[in-house]
Design a protein around this ligand. Structure first.
Ligand SMILES: Cc1cc2nc3c(=O)[nH]c(=O)nc-3n(C[C@H](O)[C@H](O)[C@H](O)COP(=O)(O)OP(=O)(O)OC[C@H]3O[C@@H](n4cnc5c(N)ncnc54)[C@H](O)[C@@H]3O)c2cc1C
Length: 411
């Protein structure tokens, strides 16, 4: 390690998945100087996917997704400061100011501030008993409230809302799920797969209502009911709002860094000289689609830190690849490859009623998106087919007896 005087500091703001992975990637790729990792949550950095799944449905520890044990930070000489908020940044002077009044100099800065749950601006939205889910603390509060027999109203039929519906059902709650659009996950899923998901939830006893507009939450100090625009009043012991998230960009924006629904990052996740942004907070120039995207996914929180760490060490490359996302609801594992784009043709492989099937979206004879329902084993060959832009025979693709590997080879 260099002498104290010669040591540079890589400071990482936000000690979530992307922040901790950035620290690890910097060490692994050969950064020998100081690493400072600052996060405002009190826990050691952890992954969030279990929070809406086994933490609620199976009472798993909210820190089941803890990334590294406390000793790891000592061994790797990563100075982890939990429960510490960064209040402001001085980009030109290369300093960060902590909310407790202290400040730190940095040579390289990585913003990994993530996102927060979006809230609804409706009358009664601040009543007790209206929760959101983003953190381990939220998951603990929610778990305590999901009592058998409780009437739970979930607002938002996105991935988190659907996972919550499955988990609340597993806890013995009576669940109503409200979605404003006429179809679930309109922006992410093909209609066929969305309808399949809706059917599964209804079959599990979820009162799923689509195309519903909310008007207000009612109650004295605690929520008692949800009022809809058509006058319907739904009794509620608990409401959970899952209407998406918004990136934590205020720190960057106030410091004069470019932001537009995310901190804007280019090749190597670079935002400005010496500054990088990774994970949910970043909207990056995507090498895969050619556009600018902000991905809220476990995979992006794993991979962007690799690109940023490499860039800090001098290896600047375009970042981005075929997006992959998964969700678990009941015994159903859904994996998505690619993002929703206009399709020329849709191909179903396997029978949805068997509980396992794949849905492919084709454009110009090539697969551009895939939804794999309980068919995770097909992920690798499908990924290869999409990434290589292989032209496929739709009839053979639809035939579950034709191995996908063969389609790749046949091309
Ligand atoms: C309930 C839930 C379930 C999910 N399930 C899936 C799934 O099944 N599959 C999937 O692919 N993805 C899933 N995701 C998405 C995935 O977890 C996120 O994309 C990932 O956590 C993003 O990591 P991040 O480090 O960028 O952000 P975060 O995890 O949000 O971490 C950012 C951290 O920075 C802190 N911070 C912000 N501002 C400051 C500041 N000024 N000073 C100090 N600290 C600050 C925040 O408090 C937070 O701790 C899920 C997310 C949630 C919430």
């Amino acid at each position: 390690m260099p002498s104290d005087a010669a040591r540079r500091t890589a400071a990482i703001v936000g000690a979530g998945q992307a922040g901790a992975r950035t620290a690890a990637a910097l060490r692994k790729k050969g950064w020998q100087d100081r690493i400072l990792l600052v996060g405002d949550e009190v826990e050691l950095p952890y992954e969030r996917p279990p929070l809406s799944k086994e933490v609620l449905s199976k009472h798993a520890d909210p820190l089941t997704g803890c990334l590294y044990p406390a000793e790891w930070y000592k061994e790797q000489e990563v100075e982890l400061r939990t429960g510490t908020r960064v209040g402001s940044l001085d980009v030109r002077g290369r300093r960060l100011h902590l909310a407790d009044g202290r400040s730190e100099a940095w040579d390289a800065l990585v913003l990994a501030t993530g996102a927060r749950a979006r809230r609804l601006c409706l009358p009664g939205a601040d009543l007790d008993g209206i929760l959101t889910l983003r953190t381990a603390a939220d998951a603990r509060a929610l778990r305590a409230a999901l009592r058998p027999g409780a009437q739970v109203v979930l607002v938002g039929g996105g991935f988190i809302g659907l996972e919550l519906a499955a988990s609340a059902g597993a806890c013995g709650c009576r669940v109503t799920l409200l979605e404003a659009r006429s179809c679930l996950l309109d922006r992410a899923l093909p209609r066929r797969v969305a309808d399949y998901l809706a059917d599964r939830h209804r079959a599990q006893g979820i009162d799923l209502r689509l195309g519903v507009q909310l008007e207000a939450f009612e109650g004295d100090t605690r929520v008692r009911a949800v009022r809809l625009a058509d006058g319907t009043r739904l009794a509620a012991d608990l409401v959970v709002v899952g209407v998406g998230s918004q990136p934590n960009v205020e720190l960057a924006a106030t410091a004069g860094l470019p932001c537009d629904d995310g901190v804007l990052a280019g090749p190597g996740c670079a935002v400005a000289p010496g500054v990088h942004a990774v994970g949910d907070c970043a909207r990056f120039a995507d090498a895969w689609s050619g556009g600018r995207v902000r991905l809220e996914s476990w995979e992006n929180a794993e991979l962007a830190p690799q690109a940023a760490a490499a860039a800090i060490l001098g290896d600047v490359r375009p970042y981005g690849g075929l997006p992959w996302f998964w969700t678990d609801q009941y015994d159903l594992n859904l994996q998505l490859l690619g993002t929703k784009v206009p399709l020329e043709r849709e191909v179903l492989r396997g029978d949805p009623y068997s509980g396992s099937f794949c849905h492919f979206g084709l454009a110009a004879g090539r697969i551009v998106t895939a939804a794999l329902v309980n068919a995770g084993r097909e992920r690798r060959p499908v990924k290869r087919l999409i990434e290589q832009g292989v032209e496929v025979d739709a009839e053979r693709l639809a035939d579950p007896h034709t191995p996908l590997k063969q389609l790749a080879k046949a091309a």
